[in-house]
Each structure stands twice: as C-alpha cells, then as structure tokens.
Design a protein around this ligand. Structure first.
Ligand code: AMP
Length: 359
C-alpha cells in the first residue's frame, strides 16, 4: 500500500518548508528532488537532488517530472501552468485546483463562501474609482490587498475611517495590479488549523494553534488556543469541509479570525504545510511534515493528537543567534533552517517550548 519505499518525491520550492518535508520523506524511506531556481536553496542541503531552473522552463520541468514518482509543493505561488504541466507526466498532490483556489484572494473568498465558510466582506478593486467606492461602502475601514503573491502581510494597506486618502496615489503605489479591499475585521485573536486528507479520503486535524504576528510575520503559535470548545470544533469542521470540497490530498493550513462571540471568519488557506504547524514536530508523534508525506505517498495518516502543550516561536533574522542558548533549555525543540545568509525579516529557524498537556 502506498508509494514503494525508495521511490522519489519531487518538491517544487526549496525553502525551509521543503527542507522539513525532505527530512520527513527521508525518515519514511523516500528520496527527494528539489526544484528551485536558487542554487543555494536550503532544502537542497538535505535532499537527494536539486533541479536549478525557473518554473517556466518546460524542458527542466519535464526532466524533473521524469525523475519523480509523485510531486508536491511547498508554496502556493507555484505557477498553476507548471503544476499542470508536471501533472500530465507525474501526479501532483495536492492537485493544481488547490493552487488555483489559494493563489487569488478573490477566488479564495468565493470558494470559501461557496463551501459555507464565512470570510471578511470584500470588494474587487481594479481602479482608483473602485477603491474610492469600496472604501465608502466599508465606511472608510478596510485592508487593501494584492489579489496575488501577497505573504507575511506584504502588499497590504490598512485604512482607518479617520484618515483621508488619495485613492489615485494609493492605486498607483500598488502598481495598478488587481486588488481586493476587505472589510476590517475586529477580531479577538487569530487561530489556524493544520489538517490533512489522505489519498483514501481519510481526514486528520491537528489541534488549532493561536497565532501572534509581529510586523506582519508569524511570531508565536500556542497550543491549545484560547477559544471555546465550540469555536475549536467549528475550525475543525471548516478545515474538513475545505479538504473535501477540493478533493485535497496532503496537508493544508487554514487561518481564522476569532470574533468576540466565538464565531470564526476564515482569512486564508495555504495549500501546504504551514509555519503555524511547526509545533507539531515537537508536540505530536507525527509532525505536519510527515503527515503531508504520508498523505501524498498514499500511506495511512498518523494520529494528530498532541502529547504536550507548547509554544512555537520563530527565529527571525539575527534571533537565530539564540540557537546555542536555546539548546540548553529543558523541553525545548530547536530547528535551524541552514540558511547561510542572515537577513532582517528572514525566517532562520524556530523553537518549540513543550509544557505538560493541559486537556
Ligand atoms: P494575510 O496576509 O491576509 O494573512 O494578513 C496578514 C495579517 O494582517 C493577518 O494575520 C491579520 O493580523 C491582519 N489582517 C489581514 N486581513 C485583515 C482584515 N480583513 N481585518 C483585520 N486584520 C486583517
């Protein structure tokens, strides 16, 4: 059952997520090939092979596909055309339809709403006039986002009703790319759920984590999240509904805003392993990385129950210098991404502090 051990899994993208996927694949007896244009891709340090080419290079994509028994990806901005091209030669899991749903914030919101999951109110912005009209309809409050290629809060602008704005200037600052204005959500906290669906349709959901961001970048994920059992169950149900609607195979991350009344508003879906799921490597027998490899390889999913409470903290930029001191802490699991160049705002590693299981 499942992909034969010794088979090869291709991973599109070569950052830390691919690195941790490659390590999990090796643990299960699989070989890995990384596809990434960057010769210094950190995942290549722990993989068997590395194809260095751009995502539009069909000759390289074909060589890569032929080297692999299945292909997966570590980021949602893999061009859909590349995923479809490979899928015609070698199965891509999750399927390209998950990329399509996640790459465009408008499409993503429509998909979520059709699956019965609430999102922020939104308006399409394709001109300065659209922006003016949308802001007026949201009474001057909202978050303007690029429809595509945004991450870690990049490509976003928050509006508060008090601030007068020149929509012409703002639209030009966004280089006139397709935008979406979301209504401002006054949430109480942010949580995310990491869930997996196997090739046989089985679903396994990890406990929701509570996330705190710093300058738009994830800072900590804490489990258990401070939310009612009802709210957590709602997050679990929503993740399952999304996996089923997409006929998804692999791990997905779903981010939610928790409202004061315990209601949830979905913010975004990530069709891949997710930073807010790194805690699973320390607090669960089966990490999100192993779960993803199991799913795409057609193996049985692992039990997602956690054995400990925990807080995962990202090490950004020169915070990575804390690594040695963290190694001296009891019940701390450290992870260094092996990136040679330290840059401000760059995710360099993370650690998870385990504590006794509370409930
Ligand atoms: P995103 O790139 O969509 O994940 O947004 C990054 C962060 O900005 C989120 O984690 C929230 O903290 C905040 N944010 C995003 N959208 C909204 C919204 N519509 N209302 C309020 N805060 C938001």
């Amino acid at each position: 059952m499942g992909l034969a051990f010794g088979s090869t899994i291709g991973i599109l993208g070569g950052g830390q997520l691919a690195r941790m996927l490659a390590m999990a694949a090796a643990k299960l007896g699989y070989r890995t090939v990384i596809f990434d244009p960057d010769a210094n891709a950190t995942a290549a340090q722990v993989a068997n092979e590395h194809v260095i080419a751009t995502y539009t290079d069909e000759a390289a994509l074909a060589v890569f596909a032929k080297q692999c028994d299945i292909v997966t990806y570590e980021f949602e901005n893999v061009p859909v055309a590349a995923a479809k091209f490979i899928n015609a030669l070698t199965p891509v899991r999750p399927g390209p339809q998950a990329l399509e749903a996640a790459q465009d914030r408008l499409r993503e919101k429509k998909f979520l709403n059709e699956a019965g999951i609430e999102t922020a109110a939104f308006a399409v912005v394709n001109s300065a006039a659209d922006l003016e009209a949308a802001l007026a309809s949201f009474e001057g409050n909202g978050v303007l986002k690029t429809r595509r290629m945004g991450y870690d809060g990049k490509g976003q602008q928050v509006f508060k009703n008090a601030d007068p704005v020149k929509t012409d200037d703002i639209y030009a600052q966004f280089n006139a790319v397709p935008l979406i204005l979301e209504g401002f959500v006054s949430f109480e906290r942010e949580i995310s759920v990491i869930a997996a669906r196997g090739l046989n349709g089985a679903v396994a959901v990890f406990d929701p984590a509570e996330n705190v961001h710093r300058e738009g970048i994830l800072y900590t994920s804490t489990v258990p999240a401070k939310a009612s059992a009802d709210t957590l169950a709602q997050a679990h149900r929503a993740a399952k509904a999304i996996l089923e609607a997409l006929e998804y195979v692999g791990v997905i991350g779903v981010e939610f805003f928790v409202m004061a009344n315990g209601g949830l508003i979905a913010n975004e879906i990530a069709p891949r392993v997710h930073n807010s799921g790194h805690w699973t490597e320390a607090a669960c027998a089966i990490s999100q990385f192993e779960q993803h490899i199991r799913a795409v390889a057609g193996l049985p999913l692992g039990n997602p129950a956690r054995h400990s409470d925990c807080v995962m903290e990202n090490l950004i930029g020169d915070e990575i210098d804390r690594m040695a001191e963290l190694c001296a802490e009891a019940q701390v699991v450290v992870h260094h991404y092996g990136k040679t160049e330290v840059r401000a705002g760059r995710k360099m590693g993370h650690f998870t502090q385990l504590t006794k299981l509370s409930s």
